[in-house]
Design a protein around this ligand. Structure first.
Ligand SMILES: NC(=O)c1ccc[n+]([C@@H]2O[C@H](COP(=O)([O-])OP(=O)(O)OC[C@H]3O[C@@H](n4cnc5c(N)ncnc54)[C@H](OP(=O)(O)O)[C@@H]3O)[C@@H](O)[C@H]2O)c1
Length: 377
């Protein structure tokens, strides 16, 4: 600490002069101190700002796509090109179990973050709020990718267009980018779990109606969901005018389906990974997998980012759901994993017995498993 000399007064004049001197010295000290503290504060703020910028850029780059608000530094695909020529963005916001009163805000956060792909469905019961959030966002329709799904009790050809129209009205849009047959299970008209054996065994009439709606301009691409290889072959054995553009299936650490992935790549069918974090039931366990944590630590990213990146690197579309703003933002950051870390996670995921998170067969009272490759009806 500096020591300041205090003059001893020798006369009245000296006393006054010394008082003035003391005053001006103390003013100078105050000014110096003020500048000192201000400089430290400015440097600290600059340090915090630089640190937050560095932290927001993962070491191996971020994902970017047209309309995104951040740089494209990753080698992973920002989108895939479908047989129609349309570009489907690699990362979507999933909105299953995103409740009323929260889904709209999640969609708004996602669109502000740079997402341009929303994965919804008629059965999620939240299309109206999703539609309102999209309209309020001001993002032009042609920059958005909207997916919805045909529910099981609308598979009869005459029921498809009214169901689609309801979805279009709720989403406040004239067309869908992608419409999927939600499950390869048809329920009888108006019922909620009475199996329509005929339409389940032969989905071609359903598909033909969807093709008609593509030609009518209400849907740009059609696809399937929860179809195994046997069921895909059963459908594509027909003389299709439009082939399925995607198959949306459960893919996560617990159920990575390497055979289906390999077969789909060989047959030019893009997979979309649903429940990519293990869904609500298993997300905690998925984020705690040692290989996932190791990747997160080494790349200075979060475990969710490690898993989402792994999906994109496997060559699939990924559909993480969140209604938590910070997670919605976090989940959009995709990073290229170094080969050794990618291989290690792939090996860990495919080395244990597969375990599905989503399988409604029992709930629907089916006397077979919807995923059985022999699909005995
Ligand atoms: N075609 C089909 O039959 C089918 C079936 C299932 C799902 N899907 C689609 O796939 C989407 C995703 O699947 P999903 O909803 O089952 O599961 P998911 O995305 O694997 O997991 C969602 C759960 O993870 C949490 N979460 C999200 N990001 C997180 C993060 N960064 N850190 C920690 N926790 C996080 C979410 O919590 P919060 O929301 O509370 O943040 C939520 O509990 C669905 O929304 C739907 O669009 C389709």
């Amino acid at each position: 600490m500096p020591v300041f000399y205090k003059p001893v007064p020798t006369s009245e004049h000296d006393d006054e002069e010394s008082q003035n001197l003391t005053k001006s010295r103390s003013a100078r000290i105050k000014t110096t101190l003020f500048y000192f503290v201000a400089t430290i504060a400015v440097m600290y703020v600059a340090y915090l700002a630089t640190r937050s910028i560095i932290r927001s850029v993962p070491k191996h780059g971020m994902h970017g796509r047209p309309g995104c608000h951040h740089r494209n530094l990753t080698t992973l695909p920002s989108h895939h090109i479908l047989p129609s020529g349309d570009k489907i963005p690699s990362v979507a916001l999933g909105v299953w179990q995103a409740g009323k009163g929260e889904v709209g805000a999640a969609v708004q956060t996602a669109l502000k973050t740079g997402y341009r792909h929303i994965d919804g469905a008629w059965i999620y019961g939240n299309e109206e709020e999703v539609g309102k959030a999209i309209s309020a966002s001001g993002v032009p329709r042609d920059q958005l990718w909207l997916t919805s799904k045909l529910w099981n009790n609308f598979h009869a050809p005459e029921d498809i267009e009214p169901a689609l129209d309801e979805t279009l009205t709720r989403l406040n849009t004239e067309y869908l980018d992608l419409y999927l047959i939600h499950w390869p299970i048809a329920f009888k008209k108006g019922s909620n779990n009475v199996l329509d054996k005929e339409l389940t065994a032969n989905p071609y009439p359903t598909w033909q109606k969807l093709e008609e709606l593509v030609d009518k301009g209400k849907i740009r691409n059609i696809g399937i969901s929860n179809f195994n290889i046997a069921r895909i072959k059963n459908l594509t054995a027909n003389p299709l005018k439009h082939k399925p553009a995607v198959n949306q299936v459960e893919l996560n650490y617990f159920n990575p389906q390497p055979e289906l992935l390999k077969w789909s790549k060989e047959n030019g069918l893009l997979l979309e990974a649903y429940s990519p974090l293990g869904s609500t039931k298993q997300v905690k366990e998925a984020l705690s997998v040692p290989e996932v944590k190791e990747i997160a630590k080494k790349l200075d990213i979060t475990p969710a980012q490690a898993l989402i990146s792994w999906h994109v690197q496997r060559g699939t579309i990924v559909l993480p759901k969140s209604v938590t703003p910070s997670r919605v933002q976090e989940n959009f950051q995709v990073v290229t994993l170094p080969d050794d870390l990618f291989d290690k996670l792939e090996k860990a995921a495919t080395s244990h017995p597969p375990q599905r998170v989503v399988n409604p067969s029992k709930n629907w009272g089916l006397d077979f498993d919807v995923f059985d490759e022999n699909w005995p009806l």
